[in-house]
Write a protein of this length. Sequence first.
Lengths: 234, 225
Amino acid sequence: MFHFLNELANWYGDGAHWRGSNGIPDLLWATVKISAEAVLIALVLALPIGLVLGHTGRGGFLAINITNVGRALPAIAVLVIGVQVLGIGERPALLTLVVLSLPPIMTNTYTAVRQVDPDIIDAARGMGMTGRQILWRVELPTSIPLIAAGVRTAAVQAVATVTLAAYVSYACFGTYIVEGISVNDHVEIVAGSLLVIALALATELGLSAAQRFVTPAGVRPGRTARIAPNVSDV
Amino acid sequence: VAALLGDSQPWLDWNWIDSHPGEIWNAVDQHIQLTLIAVGIGLLLSLPLGFVAWRWRVWEKPIYGVTGILFTIPSLALFAFLIPITGLGRTTAEIGLVSYTLLILVRNIVAGLDGVPGDVRDAARGLGYGTTRQLLRVDLPLATPALIAGIRLAVVTTIGLVTVASLVGAGGGLGTLISLGQQNNFRTQVVLGAGLSVLLAAAFDAILVLIQWFITPWTHKGVRA
């Protein structure tokens, strides 16, 4: 056990693992960059659809079921099919990440808009707001916490899924794991897996903080608790 | 073969499917086994954990914290981390799969127990129910819909994750089919693996909805006084 930890420390201490295209900094950047791109593309595609579906109240069945299918759709299969269509490299990895990032963002947006208190919308209509104004000034700001939660889920999932892209030769932290398994090098396997775990946890924590930051003061927890309906007598 | 087929390779080769029923069925069977074992063990661990988190609220945060961290760890990394300890194979896969079900199940168990109306609890106490009898006869049955919602989520998530287990040599059911398709550059195995995985998830989800319908009649039959 101690011997293994020692070898692990040596692995991280080895300068060769910090340089060049297969070094930790480059692979970290490859992972973060492609995840950020994927989540941004997914946000641009899924946000308008979720907002419109939520505002009109149509297509809810579709929105929810797409998410459930997305959950069962194996990321590896999407990757391999992507490679078949687009060839090996960055593009199939990006495609896979976008496909997997769409459902959480779309469903959360849809659910968020649907959950806006009908009384608030009535009040907005009573003030003479048009449907479009209600969407932009009432439904969207109120929905931001849940939408941000969807983006966070998508981002954490993207960072996790890039790891699998190593399997179809996209260089990232997962490469250490796949390489380690193929040459039966336990030190490299664990070194790689710890890097992946650290990045996933850092993404989760960082985006939780960002989520609190973008939440409008009026809908922060504590404020909403007061206006939430009392369910104890249901 | 792949080179000969080139780009004109069909996505589904029905002749191959017709001539390999055994291979396909084995993959499905293994997929179901890995899933059921994982969710079963997950449930055995989650029921006491959920109860503890609900009954003694100081434990709620640490239990959610640990299961939440496990849930956030990417599947391949978790499987890989276990390889030096449990080797390449089924044990590694199951430990990983079980750990992903915990957060989902515990959360739903707590939500279900929280949802039991205070009036009902008062009535049970008034009827002379002790703590254990109340838990088994009142709290748990009323928490069943939330529990089954959690099981549905856990099953569907696990079915997706089993495919990753094939990368750590665990005999990952349909994942093995997908990996073989990748190695042989044979699309049919990939598409079939993905398609059957989604179908399997849909089928299990439907079965669980039916089970819930039968064991919680009070949620859809008129309540008589």
